[in-house]
Design a protein around this ligand. Structure first.
Ligand code: GLC
Length: 530
């Protein structure tokens, strides 16, 4: 058992509802994932993250939980989950799930009781106030839909606090009972065999007047308790932190190696898209240099897309405007502080850019995560509400319903240029020239080289602003990475200390690198020092 498995693992995020329907009811389910484990193993996935499967009124696609202790019946049963975990482990694949600590659904029995009466024993499970003027320095996250973080409860005449939709009241983590309840929730799923949690929205657990109510010390205190509990009872299981913050603010979530095992690197993500559009790597370099070192037992998690909008919270207002101009030409592509499009359409389905973005993803420090369907370059559907446009059925095949379901799918699979008739697993998996095969290859190469497992990098001064050139070094292995972000051939200068013989991983041949090297437009090289 390697308890540090997550430090160099490839993750894959699944919307359970959209992945594979096993029983023809039109909704993806847990058994559907079990059926597709061979596929995930073929791709090279080490760990799946499944989006929420709890019973929920679905005002926020399951991030509004009405019962922490069961599986919504459209997804299957607890036994189906156990079977999925067992089968996944047999495929050497681990499974983490969402743990939503910050809030519940307004239909959760705790909130129903809490709002029923000011004297309810559950009143203090949530954050109530006589006025909506408290915590004024706190930003609103869902700016397109929520006018305030407070909503008046008519019946009891007080306001309740919520950082997301009004249908998601925040739990009161100053209440020791709430703290205890959530440890019990974690215990329940860990006992069932889950390999860890993607902990949702953790910066917002605690509120304090005069602060922005994010990343507070008391929030870290609780998260450390959760970690200590897991460390003691479930070593080897992980906590992955969703804190959409700048690197210096994410750093405390790793603690002294006693808080989160992993944290998403949010700010590098939009800067990869900036780099691709500008043909310049400076923004990427700036944020990576600004990224503090993390404890030895921790790791970043890097991504190009996920189930939410491509968030532009961690860029300046000018950069956000620029990103919208470049990547969201139609107003409906914008959502909140981001862009609700998928990976392939964002990059105009340009194969060279799509590969290059993945070359960056798979060579930066951190364990990469792939959002389901992006490995084949599937499309999105802007006609669907909010973030649903990037949560459409997985495109397995060119048969009716994309091979996703034999029934009537909860949402139609995508048609058209990036729809299932053209873009699907069946046509890519055995085609050596497919995008899927390129991604699979990158994963395999990455996994067979220890250098990628570290959490640091060194930028090279290669004298060309269009070529991101860096060194990854770990466990006695050195890899030189070159990514040409420009649409022209570019020449780089290789510093003297790196002029030597390398194995070119994609060509499978040795190359003697001298002082200069030419890269074709949008090409990339991964070179292992001999
Ligand atoms: C996280 C999830 C997002 C959800 C929000 C509220 O940011 O990624 O999908 O809406 O938390 O739970």
């Amino acid at each position: 058992m390697n308890n540090l498995w997550y430090k160099n693992a490839v993750f894959y995020e699944i919307s359970v509802r959209a992945f594979k329907d096993s029983n023809g009811d039109g909704h993806g389910d847990l058994r559907g994932i079990t059926e597709k484990l061979d596929y995930l193993q073929t791709l090279g996935v080490d760990c799946i993250w499944i989006m929420p499967i709890y019973p929920s009124p679905l005002k926020d696609d399951g991030y509004d939980i009405a019962d922490y202790y069961s599986v919504d019946k459209t997804f299957g049963s607890l036994d189906d989950l156990k079977e999925l975990i067992r089968a996944a482990h047999e495929h050497n694949i681990r499974i983490v799930m969402d743990l939503v600590l910050n809030h519940t659904s307004d239909e959760h029995p705790w909130f129903v009781a809490s709002r029923s009466d000011r004297n309810s024993p559950y009143r203090d499970y949530y954050v109530w106030s006589d006025t909506d003027q408290k915590y004024k320095d706190t930003r609103i996250i869902f700016v397109d839909t929520e006018p305030s973080n407070w909503t008046l409860d008519e019946k009891t005449g007080q306001y309740y606090w919520h950082r997301f939709y009004a249908s998601q009241p925040d739990l009161n983590f100053d209440n020791p009972k709430v703290q205890e309840e959530m440890l019990n929730v974690a215990r329940f799923w860990l006992d069932l065999g889950i390999d860890g949690f993607r902990a949702d929205a953790v910066p917002y657990l605690i509120e304090r007047e005069g602060t922005n109510c994010e990343n507070l010390p008391e929030t870290h205190d609780y998260l450390k308790k959760l970690r200590a509990f897991m460390e003691e009872n479930y070593p080897g299981r992980i906590l992955l932190c969703e804190a959409n913050q700048y690197p210096e603010d994410v750093r405390p979530y790793f603690g002294d190696g006693d808080e989160f095992h992993m944290g998403f690197h949010f700010p590098i993500m939009p800067r990869i898209y900036m780099a691709l559009k500008k043909g310049r790597f400076a923004d990427m370099e700036e944020i990576m240099r600004r990224t503090p070192a993390i404890p030895e037992n921790c790791q970043w998690c890097t991504f190009l897309r996920n189930h939410d909008e491509l968030t532009l919270e961690m860029v300046t207002p000018e950069e956000r405007q620029w990103m919208w101009e470049q990547y969201a030409p139609e107003p409906r592509m914008k959502l909140n502080m981001g862009i609700r499009r998928r990976f392939a359409p964002l990059l105009d389905n340009d194969r060279r850019k799509m590969e290059l973005a993945n070359s960056i993803l798979f060579t930066l420090p951190g364990s990469p995560i792939i959002y389901y369907g992006d490995e084949i370059g599937m499309g999105d559907n802007l006609d669907l509400f909010d973030r649903n446009g990037v949560r459409t059925p997985m495109q397995w095949d060119n048969v009716p319903n994309a091979g996703f379901s034999t029934g009537k799918p909860f949402i139609e699979p995508i048609k058209g240029e990036l729809g299932y008739e053209r873009v699907n697993v069946a046509c890519q998996i055995n085609n050596p020239d497919s995008f899927f095969r390129s991604v699979k290859r990158m994963i395999a190469l990455r996994k067979s080289h220890a250098a990628f497992g570290g959490s640091g990098m060194k930028w090279l001064d290669a004298g060309n602003p269009a070529v991101a050139a860096y060194i990854r070094e770990h466990d006695g292995e050195t890899v030189l990475i070159l990514n040409n972000l420009s649409d022209a051939a570019e020449v780089v200068n290789i510093p003297a200390e790196y002029q030597t013989t390398y194995l070119d991983l994609f060509a499978g041949q040795n190359i003697a690198v001298k002082d200069k090297l030419t890269l074709q437009p949008y090409s990339y090289l991964w070179l292992v020092k001999k």
